[in-house]
Write a protein that binds this ligand. Structure first.
Ligand code: G3I
Length: 305
């Protein structure tokens, strides 16, 4: 393969990117997207505040633009994300427990039914665990009012809404073996033991010098896969530049390729100039859409040239 997507396809994987609807009118952005990637994740457009800023009033326009762009070019779409403490409209936090439960289930159902058949994997719940050594759940309206069972309830509701979509739990700082990933691992193991519907775990993989690609990245992906779920690298970006950044990208891609159930990789943006890390250069294309050393390292790790 001579592109990221075609090389990854040769390895039985997809290669995706986060996309912002606001850039779909920029020709260089779109041509890079269309040439190199075969999966997209809306960067912000499927978050709760974007889709249901007012209770039971859904605005799908921006997300629909991304989905139709992807569909018309045969790209997959990852849905991101149904239940998350961030980018949550204020009205959600103001609800009492019973009302919050019904609002959560209604949101999941409405959004998933709108996109039924068009999403290959949904991040059903995002970032529900705390950082640090406690392995505890993160405080959120869902956690604080509904308790630990909210995650299970969200997955059960999601399965009923679109039985054809893979249902993922997604988080960051869970890429290596540590207290946080151990807590997620225990949850997934419990879900599989009790028949709670979960199909995949997403590893965001936002790396920088303080948090580099872990030495046990592959082993961590493998232990989750061994529970009977797919694993996906969902938001890959690596701060830095030049050959050290390229080497890290190659290491990350090789970790996925070494795990049979690692089904695809998504980088968190097309070009450095639109990265969420303002001022950073964590992606594969520079601000002029030129291929960086990191791009060539990824292509080569995927067996392309
Ligand atoms: O759309 C508004 C615009 O109208 C307003 O003028 C402007 C002023 O601040 O803000 C715009 O919204 C911003 C939005 O991105 C769209 O650009 C928000 O402020 C900004 O907070 C938001 O940041 C996003 C961030 O999630 C929010 O948590 C990033 O783009 C997005 O890349 C980032 O993605 C997250 C994943 O969803 C979950 N994992 C971590 C990852 C990186 O933080």
């Amino acid at each position: 393969g001579t592109t990221l997507a075609s090389a990854a396809a040769g390895k039985g994987r997809y290669f995706g990117t986060a996309v912002a609807a606001s850039h779909l009118g920029e020709s260089a952005y779109v041509s890079t997207l269309n040439t190199e990637f075969d999966s997209v994740t809306p960067e912000n457009e499927m978050k709760w505040d974007a889709l249901e800023g007012t209770r039971n009033s859904f605005s799908f326009g921006s997300a629909d633009r991304i989905v139709s762009h992807a569909q018309s070019r045969g790209m997959k779409v990852r849905g991101h994300t149904l239940v998350w403490h961030s980018q949550l409209p204020g009205w959600v936090g103001g609800l009492g427990a019973a009302d919050l439960r019904s609002a959560m289930n209604h949101h999941i159902t409405q959004v998933m039914q709108h996109y039924k058949g068009k999403i290959h994997s949904w991040d059903v719940v995002n970032e529900a665990f705390q950082d640090g050594g406690s392995g505890a759940r993160r405080s959120s309206p869902f956690q604080d009012k509904l308790g630990n069972g909210f995650i299970e309830e969200a997955f059960r509701t999601a399965r009923a809404a679109d039985p054809g979509a893979k249902l993922c739990y997604n988080d960051y700082n869970t890429d290596g073996v540590n207290a946080k990933s151990n807590a997620v691992y225990a949850m997934v193991k419990d879900f599989k033991a009790r028949g709670v519907p979960i199909d995949c775990v997403g590893f965001q993989s936002h790396f920088n010098s303080a948090s580099p690609v872990p030495g046990d990245y592959r082993a961590n992906l493998q232990r989750f896969a061994d529970l009977g779920v797919d694993v996906q690298i969902t938001e890959l970006d690596i701060e830095g530049s030049g050959s050290s950044q390229a080497t890290s990208y190659g290491t990350a891609v090789n970790a996925c390729l070494a795990v049979a159930r690692c089904t695809g990789i998504t980088v968190w943006g097309v070009t450095d100039k639109y990265s969420w890390r303002s001022g950073g250069t964590p992606l594969l294309f520079d601000g002029n859409y030129h291929k960086k050393p990191a791009y060539h390292a990824v292509l080569s790790a995927l067996g392309g040239s």
